[in-house]
Design a protein around this ligand. Structure first.
Ligand SMILES: *Cc1c(COP(=O)(O)O)cnc(C)c1O
Length: 415
């Protein structure tokens, strides 16, 4: 209890926290201060891609900490170049360049700044800059002033206005609304291939293709927020490749799973020409245009390299796809009326609950109530919106661990 009261006394109460104190992790399991173990299908919200204390990641971090932890971006380091090369050659596989941030919100801020730069270069007919970024209802792009303003959820923005101007939120997966919603000042469209925090809602392939076509038609940047979906989580290194593999985004943001637990994010900009002179989009963010003191330091780059190479060399995407099928099949076989559907892709899955069949605890949503029951039964699985439970195991989760977690889920949902 003292840990919780110390929190209450000294830590800003911005999070609704479950009443457990986690002390140790190994693989897909974590242990609390009483020595009780939990299967971790939360993984720090899709962060610990390799599970806890993976030997390759531990070795990369410990080794690098003893060599060189941090230097300024005024200088070059081998690791930052190698990580950008790994991302370009193996993950995004399109010509472009990477900027390293420390979080997903910062990565999205970088994309928003890039869209503004682009709008200054490719102006409206009267020469005034374009600046607007279209995003979508129920999206989530982060908590900084910029990323929060891009987020299409009133509850995230409540009490923080005036927001950063230049965003409009259109209905997700609605092609007609998007066609009608583009204005002279629009410079970019930003979307998640799967809305994660919004309740695990995938974009339809038709919608993604329509977004791409409209971007081409109206000279807009196509920006993908792969902060939660990226680097194997959805069964391919990039989630858009599952939905519409031919897509060529202009910008992409990442964080969460790319560092396996160290704070790192990144955004990427395409090298494609944006005007008749052949100006590369990536060149619009030139020297002095953006920066981060910590961004891409040797410690986090060593960690992210270990994570991304492990995912690629062990083909963890294949395990992700296999486990998705196993999970879907098992859950379907239960035929539980309380489960409406399983949404999502790969190991970013949302189990949608029929709220009418859940006895909610006071002040809690159905999803939060069930999340709490799962925790008591030994399974960490976070809510996604008010009516869905997210399953986010590590990408290397085993058959036995999936079976064990689903047995808990079945027991709790049957009760
Ligand atoms: C988590 C998340 C963010 C914000 O990332 P932080 O690292 O918390 O700033 C942005 N976009 C999406 C899609 C996310 O899931």
């Amino acid at each position: 209890m003292t840990v919780i009261s110390t929190h209450q006394q000294h830590v800003l109460p911005t999070y609704g926290r479950f009443p457990i104190i986690l002390e140790r992790g190994q693989g897909t399991r974590v242990w609390d201060d009483a020595g009780r173990s939990y299967l971790d299908f939360c993984t720090g919200i899709a962060v610990c891609s390799l599970g806890h204390c993976h030997p390759r990641l531990v070795e990369a971090i410990c080794g690098q900490a003893g060599r060189l932890l941090h230097v300024s971006n005024l200088y070059h380091t081998t690791l930052q170049g190698e990580l950008a090369e790994e991302i370009n050659n193996h993950a995004i596989c399109l010509p472009g360049k990477v900027f390293f941030s420390n979080s997903g919100a910062e990565a999205n801020d970088g994309l928003i700044k890039s869209a503004r730069r682009f709008g200054h270069r490719r102006t409206q007919a009267d020469g005034s800059p374009r600046y607007e970024v279209i995003t979508f209802q129920a999206s989530f792009h982060g908590r900084t002033l910029g990323a929060m303003s891009a987020t299409g959820q009133a509850k995230i923005q409540e009490g923080f206005d005036p927001l950063l101007p230049g965003f409009r939120y259109l209905p997700f997966n609605d092609i007609e609304a998007l066609e009608a919603g583009i204005r002279p000042e629009t410079a970019a469209i930003l979307l998640e291939p799967i809305q994660g925090e919004g309740g695990v809602h995938p974009a339809t392939p038709a919608f993604l293709r329509a977004v791409a076509a409209l971007c081409r038609k109206h000279d807009l940047l196509l920006l993908l927020d792969e902060v939660q979906t990226g680097f194997g989580r959805c069964g391919e290194l990039m989630a858009w490749r599952v939905l519409a593999p031919e897509l060529q985004p202009d910008g992409v943001s990442w964080a969460k799973g790319m560092g396996g637990g160290v704070p790192i994010g990144a955004f990427w900009l395409s090298d494609r020409a944006v005007d008749a002179d052949g100006t590369a989009l990536s060149s619009l963010m030139g020297p002095g245009s953006h920066g981060s003191t910590y961004g891409g330091n040797p410690l986090v780059c060593a960690a992210a390299l270990a994570v991304l190479r492990e995912i690629r060399e062990r083909d963890l995407c294949a395990n992700v796809r296999r486990q998705e099928l196993r999970i879907r099949k098992l859950i379907e076989s239960w035929k539980l009326p309380v489960i409406r559907e399983v949404r999502g892709m790969g190991l970013l899955l949302g189990v949608a609950i029929d709220p009418a069949l859940v006895a909610v605890e006071d002040g809690k949503t159905p999803a939060l109530t069930i999340s709490g029951k799962l925790l008591e039964a030994g399974l960490l699985a976070p809510p996604a919106g008010p009516h869905a439970i997210r399953l986010l195991p590590p990408l290397n989760v085993s058959d036995a661990e999936v079976d064990e977690a689903l047995a808990i889920l079945r027991r709790v949902l049957s009760a």
